[in-house]
Design a protein around this ligand. Structure first.
Ligand SMILES: *Cc1c(COP(=O)(O)O)cnc(C)c1O
Length: 238
């Protein structure tokens, strides 16, 4: 959090608003996750549907136990131990259904077909799902995400769907030893973010720019990220 705060202070873009830290739990032990939540951390993420389902269920059981014990001990009833799960990895259309009830935000919408599937599932359960559009800014083949020139148009299409709320953009920089390599990827994504916002696509809800991981989150924050997804820097390598 100190490193996030320092990067934020270096960048005039944030005007003192701290970026949101989402803890990516794919290398975490169940114990580490519980400790983090007990310390008051709220936002957690997984990049695979199967892991998301398992982690969510494990933690929900733990939190239910804690709430029951808390009530018995007449703990402060405000202490709810809420958590919010984020889906940050590639989402296949046939996995949309189990994911929707579990997550607060899907970071990885990258095609019209996926958006349409989310719309169909959310309509049945009368929900509105918050989503980010994942942009493939590095142009690497085989990487997920919509190509940068198509991003604005897809954002516009998603914005017409009643059961999706277009909340912003997400990008991943290529894995690299030098975080400075990520800077142009982040600054170009921030430009698209501003363009979409100026066009009022998503309205006031369009306010999340999700970029930066353990290796490059400080550079991402300097370039305007207001949500960072951090795994290994919190939990270690495995
Ligand atoms: C794993 C993962 C992260 C976190 O990566 P670290 O390098 O462990 O911080 C962030 N975003 C996505 C989409 C991931 O899959």
């Amino acid at each position: 959090m100190d490193r996030v705060g320092e990067a934020c202070a270096r960048s005039a873009i944030h005007r003192g608003d701290q970026p949101m830290v989402v803890a990516v739990t794919k290398t975490a032990s169940p114990d580490q996750i519980r400790t983090l939540v007990e310390m008051g951390h709220v936002d957690l993420a997984e990049n695979r549907v199967q892991h998301l389902i398992q982690r969510e269920a494990q933690l929900a059981e733990f939190l239910n136990r804690k709430r029951t014990l808390g009530r018995a001990a007449q703990e402060d009833p405000q202490r709810q131990y809420e958590v919010r799960w984020h889906m940050v990895g590639h989402l296949q259309r046939n996995k949309v259904k189990p994911v929707i009830p579990l997550v607060k935000l899907i970071h990885s919408v990258d095609s019209l077909r996926l958006a349409e599937e989310i719309q169909a599932v959310a309509m049945k359960s009368d929900q509105v799902v918050d989503v980010l559009l994942q942009v493939n800014m590095s142009g690497e083949a085989g990487k997920h995400g919509v190509a940068a020139p198509a991003a604005q148009h897809l954002a516009e299409q998603i914005d017409t769907m009643m059961h999706l709320r277009m909340r912003g953009l997400m990008t991943m920089a290529p894995i690299c030893d030098d975080p400075e390599t990520s800077r142009p990827v982040f600054s170009r994504t921030a430009e698209i973010f501003e363009d979409v916002r100026k066009d009022r696509i998503g309205g006031d809800h369009f306010n999340i720019l999700s970029m930066g991981m353990s290796a490059d989150f400080e550079v991402a924050i300097e370039e305007g990220a207001n949500l960072v997804r951090i795994g290994r820097a919190l939990f270690g390598e495995t």
